[in-house]
Design a protein around this ligand. Structure first.
Ligand code: PLP
Length: 373
């Protein structure tokens, strides 16, 4: 096993980020405040086409503050897709609220808008509307926002967009992160762009932006002494990390192009009976964050775990698709609607290496490992 390891989605940083980082360091802007933080926020706000961007320590922190902005409190319920990363549901739990897990549609692997509408209708009939709905843009593909927003607007329930995986994607031409009351981005090490750890809250609502900034800086009142009228958090992003983010945003286009090429290559080279790729919905353009496929064991002659084992044997990191929240021990007592689709995605889904520095040789190694046998 002499081949170097291929990772699922490793950081892709260049001399551009290095120079910006060192310039911030040399200027002594080594704090959660500074010109790079301001510039990074304006850059992303412009890219996504929203008036306000608040840079935070993580995507999870951004979800937490978005839920606070939506008015979520102890005892409330929040509709959450079951097929997501745990952070989406964890943020609901931080507030003492309860997630209700909704299944995905096989057409996009995103939350099924018909289930959201039905759950809202049924809860409204009982006088028990949820305080908020979260939609997730799975693996870099937007959820179906027209019907989702229609349903939310009908009952006056705010929608939060978890676009942690989707910066650069669009829905009917409109950028991911711009839907609903607030959008959330993540800059974790494995995401489409990274600051080594970080996130952002995006919003068109002045009050939401102001509140997020306030709560993210320990809710300090703007007076010389330390005055606090409410409990705050230490959630701001470091200026050093924002400097890295500035460079990453500049390179977003080329990074998406590389991931798109990876998706194109895998889809063509693995066009085999028993393998089906995540469908690309007609309503938008993904950022191709991760390329994932489903393995039909009977048709393909090998199951998900066999495919993962083949890749592992060739020093290639791959992962099962997300294990749905309704199957997680941490959330076993939360209500749900449906769940068979996301359970099937988990049992048959494989995420293939999709990093933006992947070479032709890397892609060929992945394909031959999957095809082996
Ligand atoms: C990564 C991710 C998050 C959390 O972001 P962090 O920056 O790691 O806190 C939230 N939701 C989804 C769907 C994610 O993929």
């Amino acid at each position: 096993m002499t081949d170097t390891r291929i990772y699922l989605s490793p950081p892709d940083v260049s001399d551009v980020e290095r120079k910006l980082l060192l310039a911030a360091f040399d200027a002594n802007w080594v704090a959660p405040v500074g010109p790079d933080l301001d510039a990074f926020e304006s850059q992303v706000a412009e890219l996504v086409g929203v008036p306000h961007a608040v840079a935070l320590a993580s995507g999870t922190a951004a979800l937490h503050l978005a839920l606070v902005a939506a008015g979520v409190r102890r005892g409330d319920t929040v509709l959450v897709p079951s097929f997501t990363f745990a952070a989406t549901a964890n943020a609901v739990m931080y507030l003492g609220a309860r997630p209700v897990f909704l299944d995905s549609t096989p057409e996009s692997w995103n939350v099924d808008p018909a289930l959201v509408a039905e759950e809202l209708r049924a809860r409204n009939a009982r006088g028990r509307l949820p305080r908020a709905v979260i939609a997730v843009d799975m693996y870099g593909q937007c959820a179906d926002y027209r019907p989702l927003l229609d349903a939310c607007d009908r009952y006056g329930v705010p929608l939060i967009e978890d676009a942690a995986e989707a910066l650069g994607a669009t829905y009917h031409g409109r950028p991911a992160g711009s839907f609903g009351l607030a959008g959330v981005l993540s800059f974790n090490g494995n995401k489409i762009i990274t600051t080594g750890g970080g996130g952002m809250l995006l919003t068109g609502d002045d009050r939401v932006a102001r509140q997020a900034r306030h709560l993210a800086t320990q809710a300090r009142e703007p007076v010389p002494h330390y005055e606090h009228r409410t409990v705050g958090y230490n959630y701001r992003l470091s200026n050093l990390l924002a400097a890295v983010g500035r460079g990453q945003v500049q390179r977003l286009g080329e990074m998406i192009a590389c991931r798109r090429e990876t998706a194109r290559y895998y889809r063509q080279a693995l066009d085999l009976p028993g393998l089906t790729f995540m469908p690309v919905a007609g309503y938008g353009r993904p950022n191709w964050w991760l390329t994932c496929l489903l393995v039909d064991p009977d048709e393909f002659g090998a199951d998900r775990d066999t495919v993962l084992a083949r890749l592992a044997r060739h020093n290639i990191e791959a992962r099962p698709a997300w294990k749905p929240m309704h199957l997680q021990p941490a959330f076993h007592d939360c209500p749900r609607r449906g769940g068979a689709v996301s359970a099937d995605l988990f049992h048959r889904g494989v995420c293939l290496p999709s990093g933006s520095a992947l070479t032709d040789h890397d892609r060929e190694r992945v394909v031959s490992a999957v095809r082996e046998g």
